[in-house]
Design a protein around this ligand. Sequence first.
Ligand SMILES: Nc1nc2c(c(=O)[nH]1)N[C@H]1C(S)=C(S)[C@@H](COP(=O)(O)OP(=O)(O)OC[C@H]3O[C@@H](n4cnc5c(=O)[nH]c(N)nc54)[C@H](O)[C@@H]3O)O[C@H]1N2
Ligand SMILES: Nc1nc2c(c(=O)[nH]1)N[C@H]1C(S)=C(S)[C@@H](COP(=O)(O)OP(=O)(O)OC[C@H]3O[C@@H](n4cnc5c(=O)[nH]c(N)nc54)[C@H](O)[C@@H]3O)O[C@H]1N2
Ligand code: SF4
Ligand SMILES: [Mo]
Length: 734
Amino acid sequence: MPVTRRKFIRIGAASAGGMVLGGGLVSDWYGLDAPRLTDPATDGDRIVPTFCEICFWKCGVLAHVKQGRVTKLTGHPDHPLSRGRLCPRGAGGTGLLYDPDRLKKPLVRTGRRGEETFREASWEEALDRIAGEMDRLRRDYGPQSMALFQHGYGSSWFTHLFRAYGSPNIAAPSYAQCRGPREVGFQLTFGDGVLSPERVDMERADCIVLIGSHLGENMHNTQVRDFARAVGRGATVIVVDPRFSVAAGKADHWLPIKPGTDIALLLSWMNVLIEEGLYDRSTVENFTTGFDQLRAHVAGKTPEWAYARTGIRPELIRATARKIGAAKPAAVIHPGRRVTWYGDDTQRTRAIAILTALTGSWGRAGGYLLPTAMKVPKYPYAPYPAPDAPAADRAKPSDFPMADATLASGLCAATIPGSSAYGAKGWMVYGTNLPLTLPEPERVEAALQEAEFIVAIDVLPAEICGWADVVLPEATYLERADDIDAPAYREPYAALRQEVVSPLHDSKPGWWIAKEIANRLDLASFFPWKDVDEYVDARLSAAGIDRREIREKGVVLGPRTPCTYEEGIAPEFGTESGKIELYSAALAAAGFDPIPEFRPPEEPPAGYFRLLIGRSPVHTFGRTTNNRLLSEVCDENEVWVAASAARELGIASGERVVLVNQDGVEEGPVKVKATERIRTDCVFLTHGFGHRAKALSFARGRGADDARLMTRVSVDPIMGGTGMNVNFVTLKRV
Ligand SMILES: Nc1nc2c(c(=O)[nH]1)N[C@H]1C(S)=C(S)[C@@H](COP(=O)(O)OP(=O)(O)OC[C@H]3O[C@@H](n4cnc5c(=O)[nH]c(N)nc54)[C@H](O)[C@@H]3O)O[C@H]1N2
Ligand SMILES: Nc1nc2c(c(=O)[nH]1)N[C@H]1C(S)=C(S)[C@@H](COP(=O)(O)OP(=O)(O)OC[C@H]3O[C@@H](n4cnc5c(=O)[nH]c(N)nc54)[C@H](O)[C@@H]3O)O[C@H]1N2
Ligand code: SF4
Ligand SMILES: [Mo]
């Protein structure tokens, strides 16, 4: 694909300088100044509208096809999440479709678990084997003994299969290793979660506060563009990060906080807003409970108090609090997305939620929106059987009382005999690469050895496949149709994923795989449709959506619904009290702090740095690091170290080092980036590199894998999230 490639590299080169949001590049990357594309030129024979799966944002894509090959991917002009542009990862999606390392045939293991030795098998043999094992496990231990680990849009078929089969053990690492604590923190406060796409209205905010949340490196398309537009409009931007992130480079104020002390900063901001009368009185008076307790709680938590804990100067804390107060209610304190940091994460996001309540920005323009989804009724299946047992992710039902989804880390632990929950005996793993995305690698490996049966459904020979008994090659998102996407967003819409080109190799779409397994397990009645088109048509007609129109356009927009109180939505809160709970009686009753308290994190031992992690702007986790197109821009990660600390260690920028953690685990070698852009007490690594899987011929051995170094976690006692920023490393020269 010569044309695509050259053009792509030109775009991608912009990121090499780190100035992702800089001047003219903003327009170049995001088309901020470009008119909406109505008739995109194609160098192909046809254009098929669909949506992206290179990350979980799900932007609308126009796939240009020439002589049966996808030649380029452009942003769908009418899809609300792409508005005519893709992020660089989405534009490089053909690098996955045409990856020479793709899984091509079903595989059956021939050697020992983890050795990655397989023989090719027919679909018939592979599916019979999977159904045979699932049937045996169902008879021997009950259907709850099978666990489904899943992530990504195609997983809906497998979730459905598992519900029909009768297992409650369905989990994704995007909960307990990602945004679970945030959803729980906001639920406890407002009776509603943050959702994905996040309900933040940066487009209209006068003040944006980012805590971690490294937009510009975290490259969710529309969100970054909203942020870039706000910067262009002159909105006040406050970035709290131990590292001078890309977003910090665009900020009015950078607060280089001591890692793990954000709750202290948040409490002192509340202190200033309350003491100086800068909070939104009408919100507090009409819609909250517990203001008096909150006022008393933060009374002594002045900027001077916070300075001693966070390292942020009191004047800076006061000045930023005043800016937040001046911009209210159009001040948005971004909730972050991967919030699993220190194990106090539900409390930290609750502190963000409480601050949001004080600014009155919930339900207001420039704050947190109240979006609605287009109504697309579910397929009218018969009811699922009620599972015979609760999920196996918690040793006792009283563990993590506020968890509102199953914990992937918990299901993994439950696979190891001796854990007090009943055991998970079999695993189906769809679209999640657990060896790189679950912490505590020793435990993950033990579970992978203990499971009686593992099937992995993937597009690439990722690490997880090396542990499976059977590996199934799924068709990529450009080769298959999936369920309808209709999330809550400020513009309601329904989007279709459609087959752009027929599946390459011997890969098959997920809907077909799930249906074939169901047929072999006497569950055919749960898959009454002939194929995905018949299923989608049934839902479309129930929703009153013209199926020809949506197939032609890829997306249909619903009528714009009100998203704010100003537009007429009545304030309603799904909490116990029916109000915004500044003080949480539910937390108090469960033995937790009803208002967030600051507790200092453990300090790094002498000579060690805290290991912080984040995203590369041109990669999604480890799933794109084998993508040759994207790797033209970035093909390994670097460990960021403060220049002064590197000097002290006698390590030069560009040198390779091995990272050694507090438990003696080594990882690397990895290149050093000595920089002024990070505090001296921590180092920073982007996630998704350091692959070990033999068959990932490009990504293997490039850079370092952060998960190997996460031998410790700090588990959030409220909901079971695994805080991962609690590991420390030293740098060893090689
Ligand atoms: N390009 C790209 N974009 C992505 C993804 C991807 O893989 N690639 N993944 C998507 C997904 S699923 C997620 S969850 C999000 C994750 O993206 P975010 O939600 O933005 O992730 P965070 O972990 O909050 O952000 C990491 C930042 O937090 C800073 N940090 C670390 N410790 C602390 C601390 O104690 N206090 C403060 N204030 N800051 C700290 C780090 O220096 C770093 O800049 O990104 C999404 N966007
Ligand atoms: N150490 C560490 N752990 C983390 C994080 C971190 O930063 N560091 N981040 C956390 C966060 S925020 C999240 S959201 C999770 C994400 O964790 P995961 O959901 O595990 O994400 P990926 O690593 O992208 O794994 C996706 C897998 O799906 C495969 N895949 C890609 N497309 C398809 C498809 O269309 N069909 C199928 N069947 N498979 C496909 C890929 O090849 C890959 O093997 O990880 C969490 N865990
Ligand atoms: S943000 Fe990028 S990778 Fe994610 S769905 Fe959109 S275009 Fe695809
Ligand atoms: Mo995530």
